[in-house]
Design a protein around this ligand. Structure first.
Ligand code: 13P
Length: 244
């Protein structure tokens, strides 16, 4: 499984972020653990020393130059992060459009960063319009992606209604299985079989040690926890629960 821990803005002190990264690095696990601290902490934590992969939580649409406060893909790469989360719903809520997300995906891949592309609907309706919403989020973001780059894309399905809730309010096993297949189908139909095989799919939204086992559905490659990744105890418990 792939576990991408999104620390969001939970950890204030760099030492606390490093404690989680260090604990993850010491785990004897077959799973791929990727941790996403804040930009500032990213520059401080050594991926090499702790033997974990790191991700940024966002990147600039600009390559570099006169853009005050922006953090470009190349700067992220220089901080030893291998991955970047793009299009998280908490950023989309702040005005990030599908077109901005598509630009960020291109910037990231152009700088050889791997992309964790977040998609997810705010609510479900009986007419299933959320399925067209997800289709649009995925196809617009992947429009400019070259065939060879699909292996560098992870799609994280994170329904907004399931983020920041309790374990019992996360998606149901059946619905997650259906969405995993649906996402594969979108990639297959729009880009081809090879691309659908190359792409990885994660689920995020109130995942923790309590519910992770029941969410391990066929076709799903892993999880994108928020809160449960931001302390060494809850992260280790989550990983142990996967193996239990
Ligand atoms: P929670 O695990 O805290 O619900 O957050 C999920 C998420 O948004 C990860 O990116």
């Amino acid at each position: 499984m792939i576990i991408v821990g999104n620390f969001k803005s939970y950890l204030v002190r760099k030492g606390d972020a490093e404690t989680v990264v260090k604990a993850a690095g010491k785990l004897k696990t077959k799973h791929k653990i990727i941790l996403a601290p804040s930009f500032v902490h990213l520059g401080y934590i050594s991926a090499k020393k702790h033997k974990v992969a790191l991700a940024a939580q966002n990147l600039s649409i600009f390559e570099g130059g006169a853009h005050t406060g922006e953090v470009s893909a190349d700067v992220i790469l220089d901080s030893a992060a291998e991955y970047v989360i793009v299009g998280h719903s908490e950023r989309r809520a702040g005005g990030e459009t599908n077109s901005i997300v598509a630009t960020k995906v291109c910037q990231a891949l152009g700088s050889k960063l791997k992309v964790v592309l977040c998609v997810g609907e705010a609510e479900r309706d009986s007419h299933a319009t959320y399925l067209s919403f997800i289709t649009e989020e995925i196809t617009s973001a992947l429009k400019g992606v070259k065939e060879n780059d699909f292996k560098n894309i992870i799609i994280a399905y994170e329904p907004i209604w399931a983020i920041g809730k309790s374990a019992s309010e996360a998606i149901t096993t059946d619905d997650l299985e259906e969405m995993t297949l649906f996402i594969k189908k979108i990639v297959h139909e729009n880009y081809g079989e090879k691309q659908a095989k190359a792409i990885k799919i994660l689920y995020g939204g109130s995942v923790n040690a309590e519910n992770v086992k029941s969410l391990m559905v066929p076709g799903l490659d892993g999880f994108l926890p928020g809160r449960a990744s931001a302390s060494k105890e809850t992260l280790i418990a989550l990983i142990e629960a996967i193996d239990s």
